[in-house]
Design a protein around this ligand. Sequence first.
Ligand SMILES: [Zn+2]
Length: 388
Amino acid sequence: MTFGTDILKNDQINTMAVKRINESRILKLLYDEQELTQIEIKERLGLSAPTINQALQLFRRAGIFVDGEELKSSGGRKPRKIAFNYSAFYSVGVEIRPHHVDIVVIDLKGNVERTKTFSLDFKNSSAYWSGINDRILELISGSMDRDSILGVGISFPGEVSFSGDMIERATVLGLYNVSLDNIKRYFDFNVYIENGARAAGFGALWRNESISDAVYIVVTDDGVAGAVILNDRIFKGTGKAGAFGHMTLDPNGKRCFCGARGCWTAYCALSNLSELTDGDLKEFFRRKDEGDELCLKAWDRYLDYFAQALDTILLSMDLDIIIGGKLARYLRDDLPLLKEKMRRHPVLSNEEAKVSIDDTYSNALAVGAALIFVSKFLNGDMRALQAG
Ligand SMILES: [Zn+2]
């Protein structure tokens, strides 16, 4: 607590802070419940009627709260419930890949409203970033208002600095130490950049009401990336937490693109499988399912490495593990086999590993990046309201 001449100033700041917190509580309650009466809001949150009224006015003006179901009345005008309008604002997610860009537009509930994938070779140039901004404008044109976009979350295949203002390293794209300010200026929206696995992990736990701590693993053509989510928030350590893809499985093993030998990524990037079928992953799994011996052997070896890596994660973190990315849908049927392989480790022989698959969205990384803005909004970042 602070005493002295600043006390009045601090009191004013505190009053504003409390107001914001209460607004955010009302917003989140109705977001979760979809529809409530004013009395229910009062009872659930224990707030005063004027506080609730003020917040309701604010959110109604912004179109976030609208009239809901009509209630029975003992006489006079029929009262109505207050409903959350999930289409009041939208958020955009962009996944940067080496040769493609995925864009999704989600509503406040996380429903994908619009989506677009297009070929574009990555290049850190004004044309590249402006090009993405133009595609977003095209995608939202028509029924969506530019002011209804909370922001653009960009999922990036590389290390983003702890403060989020610098891309430190993206080996897959050959990019080092790029300031985010250089990227943001090409966009007509608020921009937030996050590592892809972290964005996807955040999104997965956002949707999962039963768990709030987990390790999330994304497997793509180029590698394996991870994220640690604790208490529904991305845990970064001092920056690198969750970089499981470069854990060493064999110090004398296969060379990884990072320069080291025997990384998990070196063995479990999906290119290890698709290289047997001319780069066609779908074809690899088709042949494997048909009983092709070469593909079956490669898949078995792949799962051995995968289980070894997951064992190390389990032994160090003891958290639920969720596997997403392109691999997820192919792994689903063989999840019991993977868990069986994990039990080969003597310390884990009696464990029923809490490993699950996240194949809810084909654009999980982009959706996760978009959800970061929805989360900011629900947690009191009301810039959208001030602009409106
Ligand atoms: Zn590596």
